[in-house]
Design a protein around this ligand. Structure first.
Ligand SMILES: [Zn+2]
Ligand SMILES: [Zn+2]
Length: 141
């Protein structure tokens, strides 16, 4: 079983994830774009029990604009860490903070809100797959 270490930009917060992600891919939604200040957010979704904060737990800030996403960052450097998604009962650990995890994206979500096209041949969901509560509609690249 894999174990992968991650840390924030400054190193005040460290954590591990154990096992394998439930899903990996890219989110194009406006919330991810504006919060991350990037055109696309690379996500890895895990069971919450897979994530253990090993250093600096009291240094983690939380903001939830909606009940769907509780976004976490390091209070010292502002580096983003992960987001709890209570309705999905999953936690999104940003791929960028898991340097040793082999990132194998399988899907693009919220492509209907995209600012940047990605022609990589992966499925492009207008919002989310039906099994995740979305419309299940796919869009052209
Ligand atoms: Zn930090
Ligand atoms: Zn998003």
């Amino acid at each position: 079983m894999g174990q992968y270490s991650g840390k924030c930009f400054c190193g005040a917060v460290e954590f591990t994830v154990t096992g394998e992600p439930v899903a990996m891919g890219y989110c194009h939604c406006e919330s991810c774009r504006v919060w991350s200040a990037g055109p696309i957010n690379a996500f890895t979704l895990w069971q919450p029990s897979a994530l253990k904060v090993t250093k600096g737990a009291d240094n983690i800030g939380t903001y939830n604009k909606t009940a769907n996403s509780f976004r976490k960052w390091c209070k010292t450097c502002g580096g983003h860490l992960f987001s709890d998604h209570p309705p999905m009962k999953l936690v999104d650990v940003y791929a960028a903070v898991l340097p040793t995890l082999p990132f194998k994206p399988g899907i693009h979500v919220s492509y209907g809100e995209k600012m940047m096209s990605v022609k990589d041949g992966l499925p492009k969901m207008k919002d989310f797959p039906a099994e995740m509560g979305g419309s299940g509609v796919t869009l052209p690249e």
